[in-house]
Write a protein that binds this ligand. Sequence first.
Ligand code: DX5
Ligand code: ZN
Length: 222
Amino acid sequence: MIHISASLLAADYARLGDEVIRAEKAGVDSFHFDMMDGHYVPNFAFTPNHLKSLRAYSDLPFHAHLELSNPDDVLSKFPGLQADMIIVQWNTLTDPARTFDRICSQNIKVGLGLSPNETFNESARFFRDIDMLLLLGVYPGFGGQAMQAGMLEKIASARLLADQPDRRFTIAVDGGVKPGNAASLVEAGVDYLIIGTALFQSFDMAKTIRSIRESFAKSPRR
Ligand code: DX5
Ligand code: ZN
């Protein structure tokens, strides 16, 4: 099944609770929170308090995407983050196995994020330990950017690795996903489409989600 995850970075910050309700009614499968520290990326976004407050608005899974410099510090100060999955960026990890263990031991799923210029060369040895491989389609920090070139090939290579017998991880693409490219991303091998701007800027979000799902309805991977 292909999941659509709503990236709240593109939501109206003055009415976040309503935006969560709007997206759930429109048919999203989970919520994606970009947590930014103004250091790893030149922007600020969600904090642990946002997840805590918004938890009351939906029972759908919450995915926290840590786009910040010191994930271990955050994970020790805010255990669990009220999230069902925590996605850490590969180039912020000093001891990947320890960080993954810390997340797992809190009964939370583990995601690993790679920026567009990062290959699988070094991180692949940890692919047995993760639940999601998140491939950023844009350089992190801001929503509304166009997807970088080469993503379809990168997703197809990740699919081959994910389908090996001792792996359990799903593949997500985050950044630059829109109705016009969703079908080719699914065809290439993604399981999760993480979408911000294309959902929250649409007048009728349910219609946008329907058109995205229809675009890959004929794919054997739908
Ligand atoms: C980028 C974030 C994405 C972003 C995607 O730093 O990780 O989650 O919100 O937004 P759109 O869909 O607008 O590219
Ligand atoms: Zn993200």
